[in-house]
Design a protein around this ligand. Structure first.
Ligand code: 13P
Ligand code: SF4
Length: 350
């Protein structure tokens, strides 16, 4: 368990983290990116952390990769690069830094370590997991191979390094359909997200897609009935769903895509009202850039993503704790599956 009081005591000895309206005002260029969703009082609390982290990043030659589900003060305040799982995985191979701080969940940090074994990869909270990654082990992959002999295994990046190592190729929500379509075999095994697999099966009817029964605790909560009712009560709202949602939910939506696909859609289309059927921080992170869009309706929090806080990032960078390690043999095998995905995505222009 994370020892929050010890972390706070350590940080307060070394840094002045007292809320400061003056410091907040001097960092208004950063605040302008989140002023629609973060109050001035909250920004005065965050500003000392943001300054300390950004100073320390320079000292450590570190970069922060921030997933689109990070809270605005992390996404806009300290991240050098924001993006979806595929973009962050590619960025991990490109950044020239000694240290990568992964503001996201554990499988993302593991992917960065697999792709950049010589860099130090820090995870601010090791307990930031993922219900999908927890749903399958390498034994589960072996079981699927026994059930469907000869079929290739396409594993979502939301998996552990061991599962990636046992898979033929990885995919993310932004390339899953194309990766499955590119497999030679008629039958393709997709793990661990049953709903992503069912959505891909609909889009790639030429393949017999079979799946593992995992699901995302954030996206499985939506129902098609919720969407129909919402549309009835709020006419004109554009409904935009992540493909980890059940297929009947995706079918009710106007668009479905990865987190970055959702951002691109809303940025290009600028609907008057939009309901993002996904994690809550998505809408918050683009609210300031898109003042003409009214983000409405309910969203769901990912309890794993929300484990990452400014205090934990500062502590990890200060103490260089939370280093992610992957066994070298496992990493070599997992790298093949991740690299195949990156190469195929580039080839397909994704
Ligand atoms: P993206 O690849 O679309 O960013 O999704 C990652 C994730 O965990 C969504 O729940
Ligand atoms: Fe995992 Fe779902 Fe959270 Fe994404 S939103 S990290 S898939 S639990």
């Amino acid at each position: 368990m994370f020892d929050l009081p010890a972390q706070r005591a350590h940080l307060s000895e070394k840094y002045d983290l007292t809320p400061s309206p003056e410091l907040a005002a001097s960092m208004s260029d950063i605040y302008d990116r989140m002023s629609r969703v973060v109050s001035p009082a909250d920004w005065a609390i965050y500003a000392p952390y943001v300054k300390a982290i950004n100073d320390l990043k320079a000292e450590r030659n570190a970069v922060i990769l921030g997933h689109n589900y990070m809270t605005p003060e992390i996404y806009h305040g300290i991240s050098d690069f924001g993006g979806d799982s595929l973009q962050l995985a590619i960025k991990a191979t490109e950044v020239e830094a000694d240290v990568i701080v992964q503001c996201g969940v554990h499988f993302m940090a593991e992917t960065s370590k697999i792709l950049s074994p010589h860099k130090t990869v820090l995870m601010p909270d090791m307990e930031a997991g993922c219900s999908l990654a927890e749903s399958i082990t390498a034994d589960g992959i072996a079981e699927m191979r026994r059930r469907y002999p000869g079929a290739p295994v396409v594993s979502y990046v939301n998996t552990t390094a061991e599962v990636k190592a046992a898979s033929d190729i990885c995919c993310t929500s932004s390339n899953a359909a194309q990766i499955v379509a590119a497999q030679e075999s008629d039958t393709v095994i997709m793990t661990p997200d049953q709903y992503l697999a069912q959505n891909v099966a609909r889009d790639v009817p030429q393949k017999n897609v079979v799946w593992w029964e995992g699901s995302c605790i954030v996206h499985e909560q939506y129902s098609a009935k919720d969407l129909r009712e919402f549309r009835e009560w709020n006419p004109g709202t554009r409904l935009i769903a992540h493909p980890e949602c059940p297929p009947d939910v995706v079918a009710e939506a106007d668009f479905s895509g990865s987190t970055s696909g959702i951002i691109k859609y809303v940025t290009d289309e600028k609907p008057e009202k939009a309901l993002l059927i996904t994690e809550c921080s998505m809408a918050s992170n683009i609210a300031d850039e898109l003042p003409e869009v009214d983000f409405v309706g309910p969203c769901n929090m990912c309890p794993y993503m929300k484990k990452i806080t400014l205090g934990k990032v500062l502590y990890a960078l200060d103490t260089m704790t939370g280093q992610v390690e992957v066994d070298a043999d496992v990493a070599d095998k997992a790298r093949l599956a991740v690299q195949r995905m990156i190469d195929l995505s580039r080839q397909l222009g994704i």
